[in-house]
Design a protein around this ligand. Structure first.
Ligand code: SF4
Length: 345
């Protein structure tokens, strides 16, 4: 498979200012030194807790945020080095589906205005062409041409997300970022929207980045995935390999936390202590050490390398990649993980 999108050592930092706007107090390291590749025609998942930098990373991929460092290559070309006109043309081939189908649609616009807006901004089509295209797009996402002059408030959450999807594919993109596209929807609608995304991917030969908290969705949809924590990739690669044998302690904890609906059996679940630390000036070393049940003294000071442990399976953990001999276990007798027992009915 050829690479469609490549990130090379991408970092995105935002300044934190004090009372005086020119005084910088620190910086939020939303994304730190991320390198990964997304292949043409695949679904690439990004998972991690809220605030780990998933959406910032995805926004950087589509050129909505300029990286502080590193390169974003789309079809081998550095997106941020393109002249303005070329950037705008390339940018049209990447679109985003947003998490909240309520706030992502302008309530004052009717469906025709919402879906045709990208075409209107491009300025290449006349009114009749845009109407015909909007009708075609609405049919494609499971609505009808008759919905064209209705307003977002006339639709349910699932239908609104279909309108958002129609808008996202209106300029024939090749790369789509789906930012938690079903997390705000009812469970019954959830599967319908996922099936629609799969149908469109096949029909339009799309490449997706699929951001989600739901590991079941990621397992079902994604060919490859990256697990993020506090702005860094902890583990990435082939989805089947990671689900079959997660190697990073954070990935293991995420997978262990998935609720098992079989309540008749007692199950011991490992729960990570504490919350994700602040991304403002994070300490050196492994960003996960404060919550990692396997942390050792060296983890606090020395960042783990991001190493390919088998074909298309990368892990950033000193445990997997080998501790130096002089590292002694810290808190070896006092594991940081609390075990919770989920009792049967
Ligand atoms: Fe845990 Fe150390 Fe591995 Fe980080 S490097 S995940 S702290 S064992």
């Amino acid at each position: 498979m050829t690479e469609l999108m490549t990130l090379q050592n991408v970092s995105v930092h935002f300044p934190v200012r004090g009372a005086l706007p020119f005084l910088k107090k620190g910086e939020i390291q939303a994304v730190s030194n991320v390198s990964l590749s997304i292949h043409r025609g695949e679904i690439f998942g990004i998972v991690g807790e809220s605030g780990c930098g998933k959406t910032t990373l995805a926004s950087t991929m589509v050129g909505m945020i300029k990286p502080t460092a590193g390169q974003v290559l789309f079809e081998g070309v550095d997106l941020n080095s393109l002249p303005r006109d070329e950037f705008k043309k390339t940018r049209r081939r990447m679109q985003m589906i947003f998490q909240d189908p309520f706030s992502s649609l302008n309530p004052r616009f009717n469906v025709y205005q919402i879906v045709s807006e990208p075409m209107f901004i491009r300025g290449e089509d006349d009114e009749e062409t845009m109407k015909a295209r909007v009708a075609e797009l609405l049919e494609m996402v499971g609505l009808s041409a008759g919905d064209m002059y209705r307003y977002p408030s006339d639709f349910s959450g699932g239908q609104r997300q279909r309108i958002g999807i129609a808008r996202a594919i209106s300029l024939n993109p090749s790369f789509l970022v789906c930012d938690e596209p079903v997390s705000a929807l009812d469970v019954s609608i959830h599967a319908q929207i996922l099936n629609l995304l799969l149908e469109l991917q096949e029909k339009l030969n799309l490449t997706y980045v699929f951001i989600s908290h739901n590991l079941a969705d990621v397992k079902k949809l994604c060919d490859r995935l990256a697990v993020m924590y506090l702005g860094k990739i902890m583990e990435s690669g082939d989805s089947d390999k990671i689900f079959a044998q997660p190697l990073h302690p954070y990935t293991q904890a995420l997978m262990a936390a998935v609720l098992d609906i079989n309540f008749s059996e007692q199950k011991e679940t490992e729960i990570l202590p504490g919350d994700t630390p602040s991304p403002i000036n994070p300490p050196p070393g492994c960003r996960f050490w404060q919550r990692c049940p396997k942390a050792m003294r060296g983890c606090k000071a020395i960042p783990p390398e991001y190493v390919e442990v088998e074909q298309d399976h990368f892990v950033a953990c000193r445990l997997v990649n080998g501790f130096p001999d002089q590292d002694m276990p810290e808190g070896y007798d006092q594991p940081l993980v609390r075990l919770k027992t989920v009792r049967g009915r």
